[in-house]
Design a protein around this ligand. Structure first.
Ligand code: UT7
Length: 335
C-alpha cells in the first residue's frame, strides 16, 4: 500500500512586540478604519531586536515542534524552509535553523515561492516520505517581513507582519495526510510584486538604497485581482478533482493576505465562514508563515479525518491548493 505523508505535529512562533493599526496611524497617513475595512487586519507582530532574523523564528517553531512530538532534532532527515526573507543570501536559512536546533543529520534548502512557499514545501516534502526515502521531514514557513517593508509606503506596509510556523511530516499507511495538490506559477506576475534591488540584476549600491529599492514593491490592485481569481479557482478545482462537495470540506486554511480575498475564495467553494480559519486580524500577512500559523492556532479544533483545503496566492506569481486529511485528534495536544 502506498505510504502517505501526514502532518503529525504543528508549531509556530511570533515575536513578542505587537504593532497595532493605531500605532501605524502615528507613523503614516492611515486609519484603523481604513485598514480594518480594506484588509481585516488589526495588528501584527514585529521583531524589534536587530540581532534576530528569520532563522531565529524558525528555530523557536522547530524546537516547539520537536517537543510536542517528543522527538530529538537529530531525527529530522530533511528541513525545507519557505521564505523570502532569508537571514543571508547564502547559506540557506534551512541550514542555519538545522545548526541552531541541532538537527545534525538533516540537510535542507530554502524554497522561494513567497506566499505559496509553505504549500510548495509541503507538496515537495511529502514526496520524500511517499517514496519511502525519509521518515521525518520538517516544513517551515517563516518570514520577517518587517525587514523588507517600506514603512513610508502606506498601501503595502499595513498588511505585513513577522512570524513562523512549522509542521512535521511522517509516513502513514492510513488514508490521511497529503491527498493531493495543484500548484501553479507565472513569472509574468513579477511586475506587480517584487523587490527591485539586491539580486544579481541590480546589486546593492548607494543608488539602490537612496531609491528605496530594497523593499517590497507591490501594485496592490493588480495583485488583488489576480489573487481573488486564482485562489478561488484553484480551491474549487481541487475540490472538483477529489469529488469533494462543500459539505465534505471541514476547513479552509487560506493564505492570510486580505480578508476580502479569503471571503471570495470561501464563497466560490460554497462554504460558510464557520469553516474558514482566520487569524489575519492578529498577525497580518506573514507571507510563508500564514498557513502553518493557521494550523497551529486551530489545531485544538481539528479532528482525525477532517478534510482541509490549504490555498495560497502570492509573489511570482505563485499559487495553488493542497487537499489534506488531518491525521490526529488536535484536542489532545498541548500548544
Ligand atoms: O500576500 C502577497 C499577495 N498580496 C496580496 O494579496 C495583496 C493584494 N492587494 C490588497 O490586498 C489591496 O490591494 C491592498 C490592501 C494592498 C490595498 O487596498 P486597495 O483597496 O486595493 O487600495 P488601493 O491601493 O487601490 O488604494 C485606494 C485608496 C487610494 O486613495 P485614492 O487614490 O483613492 O485617493 C490610496 O492612496 O486608498 C488609499 N490608501 C490608503 N488610505 C489609508 C492606500 N493605502 C492606504 C492606507 N490608509 N494604508
Amino acid at each position: 500500500m502506498m505510504k502517505r505523508a501526514a502532518i503529525t505535529a504543528v508549531a509556530g512562533y511570533l515575536p513578542e512586540n505587537v504593532l497595532t493599526n493605531f500605532d501605524l496611524e502615528k507613523i503614516i497617513d492611515t486609519s484603523d478604519e481604513w485598514i480594518t475595512t480594506r484588509t481585516g487586519i488589526k495588528e501584527r507582530h514585529i521583531e524589534n531586536d536587530p540581532n534576530k532574523a528569520t532563522s531565529d523564528m524558525g528555530v523557536e517553531a522547530v524546537k516547539l515542534l520537536c517537543k510536542k512530538r517528543g522527538i530529538s532534532p537529530e531525527e529530522i532527515d530533511l528541513l525545507i524552509c519557505g521564505t523570502v526573507t532569508p537571514d543571508l543570501v547564502f547559506p540557506s536559512t534551512s541550514n542555519l535553523i538545522c545548526a541552531k536546533v541541532g538537527a545534525k543529520n538533516a540537510w535542507g534548502y530554502d524554497l522561494g515561492a513567497a506566499c505559496s512557499a509553505f504549500i510548495y514545501g509541503l507538496s515537495t516534502g511529502a514526496q520524500f516520505i511517499e517514496t519511502g526515502r525519509y521518515k521525518k521531514v520538517v516544513v517551515v514557513g517563516a518570514d520577517m517581513m518587517s525587514r523588507i517593508i517600506d514603512y513610508k509606503d502606506r498601501a503595502t506596509c499595513v498588511i505585513f507582519g513577522d512570524g513562523a510556523g512549522a509542521v512535521l511530516l511522517e509516513p502513514t499507511e492510513e488514508s490521511v495526510g497529503i491527498m493531493d495538490f495543484i500548484l501553479h506559477a507565472d513569472g509574468n506576475g513579477a511586475t506587480y510584486l517584487h523587490m527591485k534591488a539586491g539580486g544579481s540584476l541590480k546589486p546593492a549600491s548607494h543608488e539602490t538604497v537612496d531609491k528605496r529599492e530594497h523593499f517590497v514593491h507591490q501594485e496592490g490592485q493588480a495583485v488583488f485581482k489576480h489573487a481573488v481569481y486564482n485562489m478561488a479557482e484553484v480551491s474549487a478545482k481541487i475540490m472538483e478533482k477529489n469529488n469533494l462537495k462543500a459539505e465534505n470540506v471541514n476547513w479552509l486554511a487560506a493564505h492570510q493576505a486580505n480578508k476580502r480575498i479569503i471571503d471570495a475564495t470561501s464563497s466560490r467553494m460554497g462554504i460558510g465562514p464557520e469553516k474558514v480559519m482566520m487569524n489575519i486580524e492578529r498577525y497580518g500577512n506573514t507571507t510563508a508563515g500564514t498557513i502553518p500559523l493557521l494550523l497551529w492556532d486551530y489545531e485544538k479544533q481539528l479532528k482525525k479525518g477532517d478534510n482541509i483545503i490549504l490555498s495560497a496566492f502570492g509573489g511570482g506569481f505563485t499559487w495553488g491548493a493542497v487537499y489534506l486529511k488531518w491525521a490526529y485528534d488536535g484536542s489532545k495536544t498541548g500548544k
